[in-house]
Write a protein that binds this ligand. Structure first.
Ligand code: NAD
Length: 263
């Protein structure tokens, strides 16, 4: 059972976070726990869940695994109030690059995985007085990024699903929102950088793409998820919060170098 590290807005509520053993999901699990929720990280690597967070084996690509995990949570805690659909994987390339198998594999995790978890949790969310679903989407859903055709398609679907689900379940008292992170400093990005021919140059290119000049932190994304999961956002549904250092909305003037002094 999770040990709560504090009391707060989510006192006594039960949250499940997919992909909660790493990166953004782990930061979300810690934040929700600190706000008073019992948090279960549903992950392929449950033993890697952060200290104080219960990890539970779950493959979001396998409907029976998802249903068993949700039933385990109900057996232990008796309720589910918050679902954070965060598990996801990346893919690189243009529309020519990825074969059909990769399209199906990434789609299965990033989109259908979200559907499986939500579908299994809905009967329990309907009984919650404070039901909220938060989906981890991406800047890739709202801006055209090079070499991310497949990944962007999945995150565009997550954004559309967020709105459709919000409409379907508003009358049942279930709010559905998304967060759109810019490039965030997580193990995923570390792996991506390690595979680049020049990791330092790749890192500085990613940092330079963020208007605020650095990568987003996982905890900054988690702060937005906490807001969307809590009663503080009780009138917010069917929308997304960008946590991207201004990447989506800002159009900054390029820095003009001062001319070198003429000797
Ligand atoms: P990460 O690789 O650090 O963590 C992903 C977690 O998901 C891991 O614990 C992994 O075991 C788990 N997972 C993978 N497949 C799974 C499956 N089939 N079933 C259950 N768990 C599974 O990644 P991250 O950077 O923290 O990304 C988390 C989410 O944030 C993803 O949806 C990603 O698309 C999104 N996102 C990340 C960034 C970024 O720059 N890191 C930016 C925007 C959006």
């Amino acid at each position: 059972m999770s040990t709560r590290t504090g009391q707060g807005d989510l006192d006594g509520l039960v949250a499940v976070v997919t992909g909660g053993a790493s990166g953004i999901g782990a930061a979300v699990a810690r934040r929700l726990s600190a706000a008073g929720a019992f948090v279960v990280a549903l992950d392929l690597e449950p033993d890697a869940a952060p200290s104080g967070i219960t990890g539970l084996l779950c493959d979001v690509c396998d409907d029976s695994s998802v249903r068993a995990a949700i039933e385990d949570v109900i057996t232990t805690y008796g309720r589910i109030d918050i679902v954070v659909n965060n598990a996801g994987i990346g893919a690189q390339g243009t529309v020519e690059t990825n074969d059909d198998d990769e399209w199906h594999r990434v789609w299965d995790i990033n989109v259908v995985g979200l559907v499986r978890v939500t579908r299994a949790a809905l009967p329990h969310l309907r009984r919650s007085p404070a039901a909220a679903i938060v989906n981890t989407c991406s800047i890739a859903a709202t801006a055209g990024l090079p070499q991310r055709a497949l990944y962007s398609a999945t995150k565009g679907a997550v954004l559309s699903l967020t709105r459709a689900m919000a409409a379907d379940h508003l009358g049942e008292g279930i709010r559905v929102n998304a967060v759109n992170p810019g490039t965030a400093d997580t193990p995923w990005i570390s792996r991506l950088l390690e595979s680049a021919p020049d990791p330092a140059a790749e890192r500085s290119a990613l940092e330079g793409r963020q208007p605020h000049g650095r990568l987003v932190t996982a905890d900054e994304v988690a702060g937005a998820v906490l807001y969307l999961a809590s009663a503080s956002s009780g009138s917010t549904t069917g929308t997304s919060i960008a946590v991207d250092g201004g990447m989506q909305e800002l159009r900054l003037r390029p820095q003009v170098q001062a001319p070198a002094a003429i000797p």
